[in-house]
Design a protein around this ligand. Structure first.
Ligand code: SAH
Length: 250
């Protein structure tokens, strides 16, 4: 009997932001695989096996999922946000490409979720309303020089930007260096948004001019957005609204 591997995104935190399609897949699962805090979000029930694992074992985790499916299990691999954004979907497909040829015959599906940058953007208005890019600031998977190059070129192309994994205890220096690169490359004081624990009860949204941004404003629970040169702030009583207009004059 051949089983299935469904890679799902649990959204940024709020249960209401889990899609009905993902809820249905979770309800049918026999096995849940993922990073410990994400598996902790799944309610236990009889007949459901939970396999939490530590970070940085993405390929082992993927191979585990594929082997269980080969034995007939209905496996759901969980990520936060969207599974295709700096998460498990690409890891599972990498395991399929390089692993047992029989894995290609399994029922493998990826179900989208609401990624952190979209939830953060919505929480402060529409800062990603025009062209934008997303950059993972962790240099665990790529050299720092490549990150620097992408920051410089994204600034030159005048993209709004979203930064994932901005700063961790094991990488305390990187975000400060990224900020210095952006402050030098952007040449203006566009808004930077520090969105922490978006959609969770302790959500915080902090909007500062790029020149006033400091490394301590971000941690691993923060997604950072940077406007383009066109991004506007609408002051009002209470939280301001930030948006990037739909069009740029030619
Ligand atoms: N697949 C996830 C991203 C995983 S990388 C997604 O699509 O959202 C982990 C990074 O995502 C964190 O370091 C942080 O930058 C961001 N992130 C995830 N959930 C978040 C949340 N609720 N609030 C703010 N940032 C979040």
């Amino acid at each position: 009997m051949s089983g299935s591997v469904t890679v799902v995104g649990l959204g940024p935190g709020d249960e209401a932001l889990i899609t009905p399609e993902v809820s249905a897949a979770l309800a049918q699962a026999t096995d849940i695989i993922g990073y410990i805090p994400y598996v902790a979000r799944i309610a236990p029930r009889p007949g459901l096996r939970l396999h939490p694992s530590d970070n940085r074992v993405e390929i082992d985790r993927s191979e585990h999922a594929l082997r269980l499916a080969q034995e007939g299990a209905c496996v759901v691999v969980v990520s936060s946000g969207d599974p295709g954004v700096f998460a498990m979907a690409a890891a599972v497909l990498e395991a399929v490409e390089h692993g047992d040829p029989g894995w290609r015959d399994l029922d493998i599906r990826v179900l989208p979720g609401i990624t952190a940058m979209l939830a953060a953007a919505a929480a402060c208005g529409a800062p990603l309303g025009h062209d934008f890019c997303a950059i993972n600031l962790s240099d665990n998977m790529k050299p720092w020089a490549l990150i620097e190059k992408r920051l410089r070129l994204a600034a030159e192309a005048d993209f709004a930007m979203a930064f994932y994994n901005p700063r961790s205890k094991s990488r305390p220096e990187g975000f400060g260096k990224a900020l210095a690169t952006l402050q030098a490359a952007c040449g203006d004081d566009r808004p930077m948004i520090f969105a922490r624990n978006v959609s969770r009860p302790d959500q915080s949204i902090r909007i500062v001019p790029l020149s006033a941004a400091t490394a301590e404003m971000a941690d691993m629970r923060t997604v950072v957005l940077l406007g383009s040169s066109q991004t506007r702030i609408i002051p009002r009583d209470g939280a301001p609204l930030v948006y990037t207009p739909r069009s740029v004059a030619g």
